[in-house]
Design a protein around this ligand. Structure first.
Ligand code: AMP
Length: 279
């Protein structure tokens, strides 16, 4: 497995490459959700590049950047076993050689990026779009693989690529779940044993709301009931909302392509999830 740590080596490899390249950007601590994206990428491109970089620009000052799980050796092992051939592991000096205070950034559309996670994590999506632009310019892939676990991020990046005329096709990967329904996430490792038992209720609540979101359903009533259920189980919900899957506009009545979105804190851990309505 080739592991690139610098831009020059990566670009040289890219120049000599034949066939389509798919980039799977990650922050490491790889789980089965990440590996499903790698497998999906391999079905659509001859070459797959996985990047592993915990991007400080997308973390707020009170967030878990310092504690974010970093397990590079284990990640490389998992990628090798999964048949991945190429990995990019830049560090902060490579990504932000002039620091992060006074650099050019990419500002995504406000309508998509100031709602849901954007409301409680100001600047998060600027950090995401900026680092993705840098990775895209470094690796020049034809395909960018993103998971539906971070559905808001997926929509923002699709719009950003279109707005900035970047010639990259987004390949969305379905959200992967543990057998009990909990969405795979690197942050699940923060959950205590007791919290881990409670955590699947977030997905269960969303699936329940999705099932009940038939035409004429009382959406605010469903949301209030869902919040209460989560709070009673010990969650601190940040949001629980039905939104349009394209515009991310808040909805008061169900419509095709609507999704329930949730973020909630369980102890110290912030979990997010989303489920498309079935009605
Ligand atoms: P992260 O390492 O959390 O930044 O995630 C890297 C990529 O993996 C993003 O495109 C995520 O949406 C995706 N991802 C993370 N968890 C899952 C999951 N459970 N199912 C599908 N994709 C996921």
């Amino acid at each position: 497995m080739a592991i690139f740590k610098d831009i020059a080596g990566l670009r040289q490899w890219r120049q000599n490459l034949r066939g389509t390249l798919a980039l799977v950007p990650t922050m490491g601590n790889l789980h089965d959700g990440h590996l499903a994206l790698v497998k999906l990428a391999a079905t659509r491109a001859e070459q797959v590049l996985v990047s592993i970089y915990v991007n400080p620009l997308q973390f707020g000052p009170q967030e878990d950047f310092a504690n974010y799980p970093r397990t590079l050796d284990q990640d490389l092992q998992r990628l090798q076993e999964a048949g991945c051939q190429t990995v990019f592991t830049p560090d902060d000096g490579l990504m932000y050689p002039r620091g992060r205070q006074d650099i050019s950034v990419v500002m995504p559309p406000r309508s998509l990026s100031t709602v849901l996670c954007g409301a409680s994590r100001p600047g998060h999506f600027v950090g995401v779009c900026t680092v993705l632009n840098k990775l895209l310019h470094m690796a020049s892939p034809e395909i960018l693989v993103l998971g539906e676990k971070d559905y808001q991020q997926l929509r923002i990046v699709q719009q950003m690529l279109s707005d900035l005329n970047l010639n990259v096709q987004v390949l969305p990967g379905p959200l992967q779940r543990e057998p009990d329904g909990l969405a795979y996430s690197s942050r699940n490792t923060f959950l205590s044993l007791a919290e881990r038992q409670v955590a699947p209720l977030l997905a269960a609540t969303l699936f329940d709301l999705a099932r009940r979101s038939i035409s004429g359903a009382d959406v605010p009533g469903l949301a209030a009931a869902g919040r209460e259920r989560l709070e009673q189980a010990g969650f601190l919900p940040d949001y629980l909302e039905l939104r349009d899957g394209q515009s991310l506009r808040a909805l008061t009545t169900p419509q095709p392509d609507a999704r329930w979105f949730a973020a909630a804190r369980l102890g110290q851990t912030r979990l997010i999830d989303n489920v498309i309505i079935s009605g």
